[in-house]
Design a protein around this ligand. Structure first.
Ligand SMILES: Cc1cc2nc3c(=O)[nH]c(=O)nc-3n(C[C@H](O)[C@H](O)[C@H](O)COP(=O)(O)O)c2cc1C
Length: 503
C-alpha cells in the first residue's frame, strides 16, 4: 500500500484507528473545540467528520494528533526511541533521497476539478475557525477561518520547499498568510520581491519585484505532514525527494494549473495563489503555539488563482490552539530532534530529548544522559539552550534511568536528585523569543534556568528550599490566553460519547 492520504485512511480504518463522526458539527464554533479536546486528551485516532454543518465535504483531523505514535510509525522506529530513531532516519533519507516523478494532468486526481476566475470560491471548503477568538480584532474579520495545511513553494529550479503558513480567509478568493521571519519561504519571498521586506518602503524596487507563488496542499499522508514541519531541511532542498527517502517510494507530482509550483498529484485539494509584491494587510489575531492569542500583525496578502480538487474530496485540517495540540506535538518533536542532534556533537552519551509540546513547544527541554563526568549536565543545558536559538528557556537534565516523557518520573527526579543551591543554573538577560509573553515590551529578555545534578559535596541533614513563582507579575498586561468557550464545551460534552464511540 502507498503513502498517500487515501492509503493512510484505509490503514487507519483497518486498524480501528479511525473515528467516523456522524452528528452534524459546525465548522465555526464546534469542530475546533472537538478536535482540541481530542488532542488535549491524547485521543490518538483520526477524526473523520462526515457531516460538517452546511457542507457536503467531510473533514479529517488528527493525522498525527498529540502523541508520538504516528510519528514513530512514519519514520519506522520504536515509539519509545522516536527522537533518536527519527534523527537517524532523517540522516539516512538525506543521504539517499528518492527523486519525485512527474505525471500528466489526466493522472492527477487533485486536478479532477479545476476552478479559476469567477469560479474561485473558498466558501465551498469547510475551513474551520480553530479557536473562539481567532480572527477577531482584524479589519477584515470574517468568521476567523484559517487554513492550516502544507504550504508548497518552488524556491529554485529543482527545489521544492514544504512548510506551514497559516492562511486567514477574508475573501472568497484570498486573505493573508503568516510567514515567520527566518523561514525558507520568507527568504524566497524576499528573493522574488527583490527586497529586504523589513527595510523602508523607499528602498523597495517595484520594477524588479515579481509575484511569489505558493500552493496549499490539503489531503496528504503523515510523512508529508511531518516533512513540512521539518526545519532541518534547507529551503532550497527537494523536500519531496526527502519524503521519497523516508518511504522508499517516489512522490508523484503534477504542475499546478495556474502557477509554477509542483504538488502531490494524489492530494485532495490544492489552493494555488500568489503574493503580489508589497501588498500587505493586518491579519486578525489567532491562537499561537504557546496557548496565547497573538496580536494582529502585518502579513502579506495571498490572492488565490485556482482551486483544484478531486471530485469528492476530503478536507484535511491540522490543529492549533490551547496546548496540548497537534501542531505543538509535531513542532516540538522536530525541536527535540534538533536538540538531540546538537547535543550529540558535544555529548555522545546523550540518551533522549523531550521538548515539551505543552510548554510553548520549545520553551522547556528535558534531556537524559548517561552521565560519566561531573559537569556534563551543565554542558547539556548550555548546548540545548543555543540549539533552539533562544527559543528554549528551561532545561532539565536527568540520568538515563528516568523516562523523560513521563511527568511522574520527572517529578520524582526533581524531588530526589535536585538541590536548588547546587544544581540550579540561572543565566539572566539572555535573548528570548518574541512570543514569550514575559520577554515582550519592556522586559525584552528572558532568563534561562537549568537544572542539573553535578555537585559532589553534599552537607548532611540540610536541604535547599526553592520556591518557583509561576504567577503573572501584577500589573503586566500580556497576550490573552486561549481558553475554551463554556457554552461550546457544554455542547461538546453532549457530543463526546458519540464521537469517541462510547454512547
Ligand atoms: C502545524 C504547524 C503550523 C505552523 N504554522 C506556521 C505559520 O503559520 N507560519 C510560519 O511561518 N511557520 C509556521 N510553522 C513553522 C514552519 O512550518 C516551520 O518553521 C517550517 O519547518 C519552516 O520550513 P522552511 O524554513 O523550510 O520553509 C508551523 C508549523 C507547524 C507544524
Amino acid at each position: 500500500m502507498g503513502h498517500g492520504f487515501r492509503d493512510f485512511l484505509t490503514r487507519q480504518e483497518a486498524a480501528g484507528d479511525l473515528l467516523r463522526i456522524t452528528p452534524k458539527i459546525d465548522t465555526i464554533s464546534e469542530m475546533g473545540a472537538v478536535i482540541a479536546r481530542a488532542d488535549y486528551e491524547k485521543i490518538g485516532k483520526g477524526l473523520l467528520f462526515e457531516n460538517p454543518k452546511g457542507f457536503d465535504m467531510p473533514v479529517f483531523a488528527n493525522t498525527i494528533g498529540s502523541t508520538y505514535r504516528r510519528i514513530a510509525e512514519s519514520f519506522g522506529v520504536d515509539e519509545a526511541r522516536a527522537v533518536p530513531g527519527a534523527a537517524q532516519q532523517m540522516r539516512a533519507a538525506m543521504a539517499n533521497p528518492v527523486a519525485p516523478v512527474h505525471v500528466g494532468r489526466d493522472d492527477a486526481p487533485c486536478q479532477e476539478v479545476v476552478l479559476t476566475g469567477d469560479d474561485i470560491d473558498l466558501g465551498i471548503l469547510p475551513i474551520l475557525r480553530l479557536n473562539p477568538q481567532d480572527g477577531s480584532k482584524s479589519r477584515d474579520f470574517m468568521d476567523g477561518r484559517f487554513v492550516c495545511a502544507v504550504a508548497c513553494s518552488k524556491p529554485a529550479e529543482g527545489a521544492h520547499n514544504l512548510s506551514y503558513h497559516r492562511f486567514e480567509i477574508t475573501r472568497p478568493d484570498g486573505g493573508s498568510v503568516w510567514i515567520f521571519r527566518g523561514t525558507g519561504d520568507a527568504k524566497s519571498m524576499e528573493e522574488f520581491w527583490n527586497a529586504k521586506i523589513d527595510d523602508p518602503p523607499s528602498s523597495w524596487d517595484k520594477e524588479k519585484a515579481k509575484p511569489f507563488p505558493m500552493a496549499f496542499v490539503i489531503g496528504v499522508g503523515p510523512e508529508m505532514v511531518l516533512a513540512a514541519a521539518n526545519s532541518a531541511l534547507p529551503y532550497k532542498n527537494n523536500d519531496f525527494a526527502f519524503i521519497g527517502g523516508i518511504t522508499g517510494e517516489p512522490v508523484k507530482l503534477v504542475r499546478c494549473a495556474t502557477i509554477d509550483v509542483d504538488v502531490p498529484a494524489d492530494a485532495e485539494i490544492i489552493i494555488e495563489g500568489v503574493f503580489e509584491p508589497f501588498d500587505w494587510t493586518i491579519q486578525g489575531r489567532f491562537a499561537s503555539f504557546n496557548g496565547f492569542y497573538d496580536e494582529p500583525r502585518r502579513r502579506p496578502v495571498f490572492k488565490v488563482t485556482a482551486i483544484t480538487m478531486r471530485k469528492q474530496p476530503i478536507y484535511q485540517h491540522i490543529h492549533i490552539g490551547r496546548p496540548l495540540n497537534e501542531t505543538n506535538n509535531i513542532a516540538a518533536f522536530f525541536r527535540s530532534v534538533k536538540v538531540y542532534q546538537d547535543l550529540e556533537q558535544v555529548l555522545p552519551n546523550v540518551v533522549d530529548v523531550f521538548v515539551d509540546p505543552s510548554a510553548g513547544c520549545g520553551f522547556t527541554a528535558h534531556v537524559s544522559i548517561d552521565k560519566k563526568r561531573v559537569g556534563e549536565p551543565r554542558m547539556a543545558m548550555m548546548r540545548a539552550y543555543t540549539a533552539l536559538q533562544g527559543f528554549c528557556k528551561h532545561v532539565f537534565v536527568y540520568d538515563k534511568d528516568i523516562d523523560i516523557r513521563n511527568p511522574h518520573e520527572r517529578d520524582w527526579a526533581l524531588a530526589h536528585r535536585f538541590m536548588a543551591d547546587r544544581d540550579l543554573l540561572v543565566v539572566p538577560d539572555v535573548l528570548g523569543n518574541i512570543l514569550d509573553p514575559l520577554a515582550q515590551g519592556d522586559m525584552g529578555a528572558t532568563a534561562k534556568l537549568g537544572v542539573h545534578d553535578g555537585h559532589n559535596a553534599i552537607p548532611k541533614g540540610v536541604r535547599t528550599f526553592m520556591g518557583v513563582d509561576c504567577t503573572l507579575p501584577l500589573g503586566l498586561k500580556i497576550m490573552e490566553r486561549v481558553l475554551p468557550d463554556p457554552e461550546v464545551e457544554a455542547r461538546v460534552d453532549q457530543l463526546w460519547p458519540l464521537i469517541i464511540g462510547a454512547a
